[in-house]
Design a protein around this ligand. Structure first.
Ligand code: F6P
Length: 545
């Protein structure tokens, strides 16, 4: 029985549910058999990216209805509101203007502030690259360590990693997020305090992990940094909280502002992207912005039926709310996109992991699926077994490039693996075929029946394929913006605020209370027995040690 997804009273939702019941048993291979032009009609291009959505359980009617639903929800108007700076983050009374940060039309809000920071970033990158900016002992900077977490880490970390073959070669960039000191220690092990520059990146400048790591970094620098002037040579900050950053000891001149109207997970286009600019240079950072702008323009202007973020969003809704898929896998066949799934997890799940609507009522349908994934082809030798023969239907986005980074035999093999996985998911293998293969291999008839049961594969498993011509700053920018907008489209369907994250607050507050107890500052007998028991165990263990 289908979940009834009916966010408004409009008739289109009832028609969608009826339509779902009509086609729920359709098989992908039959859709292809019935329509030899299916690939032609179900792939499209935008901002240099190609989307093949032909291997989804949708027909032209499904898409018509989903597009009608998007219209019913006034999606084009909502996109216009988003991009013009309307207060789309209703619980925090803020716009979400990540698109303004990569605007090249000159017409976006806050353009002067944005321009000013880009100019400052450019000058800073130039100073560091040219060796004009030196450490306290006069050594040029060779290593930059970004200390931040969540949106102040995942985006810049992923992009910097993905573009490693575009690095300027002037310095190395490192990232530290985890409060587990092991990450900081491992990062600093090979670095010299004299030639290391820290970027303390935190929109709020209150985030525990970041402040703790930054304090420890200060201690690590203590042999080199004697006073505030020295400190200023080794620490810069990116934040919307100038006073806190200044109180930490960072020279106001070296604080790059960001703004309330940029969400953390959408902030890599702001000065949070400083490590990217330091790694690849400002020109390439601007190419990244340009790619995202191209996707913004595509999203804003392309007809709904050829609109990549919209189509991806609609197909996601179809799987989540009609076919009841509870997870969504994103599998890049590109080593350089190995961190993309991590980035997407915050983007999608912190944005749409919500259960209260914009009108403050509880949803009565499911929202964001669990998003997961990893770099390929590695996953083929790990979790693909479940994708092929497990009991879940997991819609997959495969991401691949037409050209590899290096012209050799690896890339055609990589692409062949991607296309083979997509095809195997769809076609599967029938019991009869499995049995015949075993007979052909000379297995005795009586053994083939049992084994064929295990070797058959159901097939009919869906995927999208997203193709980049080549991984460049421009195409990467477009890819990130594609998923940002897909996330927004789905939030419009679910009628939720994609730009707040209240759910992370409770755990933060509790960790402070528990920390106080772990270090013996206070006790709280009202805590649940399990937490109390584990705290006592820790204290006992520490006292014994
Ligand atoms: O804990 C969640 C979160 O608030 C994210 O939304 C944010 O990206 C991250 O923490 C880091 O926040 P900040 O940039 O303020 O340190």
């Amino acid at each position: 029985m289908a979940t009834i997804f009916q966010p408004t009273d409009a008739d289109v939702w009832k028609r969608l549910s009826d339509h779902y019941r009509d086609i729920q048993d359709v098989r992908l291979q039959d859709l292809f058999a019935d329509d030899p032009d299916r690939f032609e009609t179900m792939h499209c291009e935008g901002a240099g990216l190609i989307l093949d959505y032909s291997r989804s359980h949708v027909t032209a009617d499904t898409l018509d209805l989903l597009v009608q639903a998007a219209e019913e929800l006034q999606l084009p108007e909502r996109v216009a509101q988003l991009m013009s700076g309307a207060e789309v983050n209703t619980t925090e009374h803020r716009p979400a203007l990540h698109t303004a940060l990569r605007d090249f039309s000159g017409g976006a809000p806050y353009k002067d502030e944005i321009w000013e920071i880009l100019v400052r970033m450019d000058a800073f990158v130039h100073k560091v690259h040219s060796g004009v900016w030196r450490g306290a002992t006069g050594k040029p900077i060779t290593d930059v360590v970004n200390i931040g977490i969540g949106g102040s880490d995942l985006g810049p970390r992923m992009v910097t990693d993905a573009l490693y073959d575009h690095w300027s070669g002037k310095l190395r960039c490192h990232f530290v997020a985890n409060i587990d000191r092991a990450e900081l220690e491992r990062t600093l092990a090979d670095l010299s305090p004299e030639s290391t520059l820290f970027i303390v990146a935190s929109k709020s400048f209150t985030t525990l992990e970041t402040l703790r790591n930054a304090e420890t970094a200060k201690v690590w620098m203590s042999g080199v940094v004697r006073d505030e002037t020295d400190l200023a040579r080794h620490f810069v900050a990116v934040t919307a909280n100038m006073d806190r950053a200044a109180a930490f000891g960072i020279d106001k001149e070296h604080i790059f502002p960001m703004w309330d109207w940029v969400g953390g997970r959408y902030s890599l286009w702001s000065a949070i992207g400083l490590p990217i600019a330091l790694a690849v240079g400002m020109e390439q950072f601007n190419e990244l912005r340009r790619g995202a702008y191209d996707m913004d323009e595509h999203f804003r202007t392309a007809p709904l039926k050829n609109n990549l973020p919209l189509l991806l969003g609609l197909i996601g809704i179809w799987y989540t709310n009609y076919r009841q898929a509870s997870t969504h896998a994103v599998l890049p066949y590109a080593e350089r996109l190995r961190l993309f799934p991590d980035f997407l997890q915050q983007l999608t799940m912190e944005s749409n992991g919500k259960s209260v609507r914009l009108d403050n009522t509880a949803v009565d349908y499911v929202t964001s699926p669990v998003v997961w994934g990893s770099v390929e082809s590695n996953g083929q030798h790990s979790f693909h077994q479940l994708l092929h023969q497990g009991t879940h239907e997991v819609p997959v986005d495969f991401i691949a490039t037409l050209q590899g980074g290096m012209e050799d035999e690896h890339h055609p093999w990589l692409l062949a693996n991607c296309l083979a996985q997509a095809r195997a998911l769809m076609t599967g293998k029938s019991y009869e075929t499995a049995k015949q293969e075993l007979l052909d291999d000379g297995l005795p008839e009586e053994e083939t029946e049992a084994l064929a049961m295990h070797r058959q594969m159901p097939g009919n498993r869906p995927c999208n394929i997203i193709l980049l011509e080549k991984l460049t700053p421009q195409s990467l920018g477009a890819l990130i913006a594609l998923y940002e907008h897909r996330t927004f489209v789905q939030s419009v369907f679910w009628q939720i605020n994609a730009f707040d994250q209240w759910g992370v607050e409770l755990g933060k507050a509790m960790s402070k209370q528990i920390y106080g107890q772990l270090i013996g500052e206070n006790t709280d007998k009202t805590m649940d027995a399990s937490t109390r028991g584990l705290i006592e165990l820790y204290i006992k263990h520490r006292n014994q040690g």
